[in-house]
Design a protein around this ligand. Structure first.
Ligand code: TRP
Ligand code: SF4
Length: 335
């Protein structure tokens, strides 16, 4: 029996290199060997976009196409839409008894996000909604509705997986051994830095390269990337380790070229403009097959729709079975 993988993404924007190296690469590796459920988490996206439903709606298709364009195989991965699985909402209500408000307020991921969303939740989070504070409970429902055993996520999500494990233990201790405790799986590249040198690439940080950026946009972004500030002249020796151009060469170029960039930069036999031009080319080559698949799916919207329908059907079946077990354990399995 294959182990079950469950992971999710909020449909709030297009995927960038941070998603690709931090998450998608891992999905690609895992898709062959597991029973894989990939949730387009529209309900979770609404917890901080409740006032912007069009954005979430539009991005359900966008993110599905992005994911397919990275090479995920819809015959191996069940893509599904969270809101089409009402069992998840039901489970969220059940689990909400098993977690304290104080524990949710202490969740580091939730805390960070509240601090970032002052416009929505106030300066000190005084206008935090019940729904946003509780989204870790809903995420525990996402995972356990499918008996998810492995959860490939980015580093920032670890506190949410820990919270899920606590809910599972609490559930099992009260209602009997029913749920599996999931484990997080981190990518080799845990985090991708931004064009500005920021530790994290993020859409809202304005420092991201998106998988669907045009060649024109990529050129502009890379030409503006942060390099070693001490390098003024073309033949000044510099330190590639503090240069974002070198950092991205490492992600998308081949070993030989990476070594060349490094040694020439240190020697002062390489100018930054040339170095950036080479990176632009390497980046375009890296993104070319992804864009090619994107173009295919954009031209075949009915296929994307069908992929979501089929995946959602499978997910629904699995969640229904799991729900029966859970209701039985909780003694709410009325006939
Ligand atoms: N919270 C995740 C994120 O923001 C998305 C997500 C929703 C998720 N449901 C999940 C991740 C279940 C793992 C498992 O990226
Ligand atoms: Fe960065 Fe390349 Fe310039 Fe060195 S030569 S500082 S690696 S852009």
């Amino acid at each position: 029996m294959k182990k079950t993988i469950l992971t999710g993404l909020r449909p709030t924007g297009n995927l960038h290199l941070g998603h690709y190296f931090g998450a998608c690469q891992n999905y690609l590796k895992m898709q062959n060997d597991y029973d894989f459920y990939l949730e387009i988490a529209d309900v979770q996206a609404l917890t901080d976009n409740f006032n912007n439903p069009e954005k979430v709606r539009k991005n359900v298709t966008e993110i599905t196409i992005d994911l397919l364009s990275t090479g995920l195989d819809p015959n191996k991965v069940n893509f599904f839409i969270q809101s089409k699985i009402p069992e998840i909402a039901e489970l969220t209500v059940f689990y909400s008894n098993l977690v304290t408000v104080a524990r949710l307020q202490r969740n580091p991921t939730v805390k960070t996000e509240i601090a970032q969303k002052k416009e929505l939740f106030g300066n000190d989070g005084e206008s935090i909604t019940y729904g946003f504070l509780g989204y870790p409970v809903s995420q525990a429902a996402d995972i356990t509705a499918f008996q998810g055993e492995l959860v490939p996520v980015g580093e920032d999500q670890l506190p949410l997986i820990e919270q899920c494990r606590e809910i599972v233990r609490k559930f099992n201790s009260i209602y009997g051994e029913t749920l599996k405790e999931p484990s997080a799986i981190l990518s080799e590249t845990k985090r991708v830095k931004g064009l500005d040198g920021n530790d994290k690439m993020g859409k809202s940080l304005g420092n991201a390269i998106f998988l669907n950026d045009s060649e024109e946009v990529i050129k502009k972004k890379i030409m503006g990337a942060i390099t070693d500030p001490k390098k003024i002249k073309k033949d000044d020796p510099a330190n590639p380790d503090i240069c974002m151009v070198y950092y991205y060469h490492n992600l998308v170029n081949n070993k030989e070229n990476i070594e060349k960039v490094c040694s020439e930069c240190k020697k002062g036999s390489r100018g930054c403009v040339q170095c950036k031009k080479e990176l632009i080319e390497a980046m375009n080559n890296f993104l070319a097959p992804i864009k090619e698949k994107r173009a295919y799916y954009e031209a075949h919207p009915e296929e994307v729709k069908e992929i979501l329908e089929n995946g959602t059907k499978k997910a629904k079946q699995k969640a229904e079975e799991q729900m029966k077990k859970i209701k039985k354990a909780m003694k709410i399995d009325y006939e």
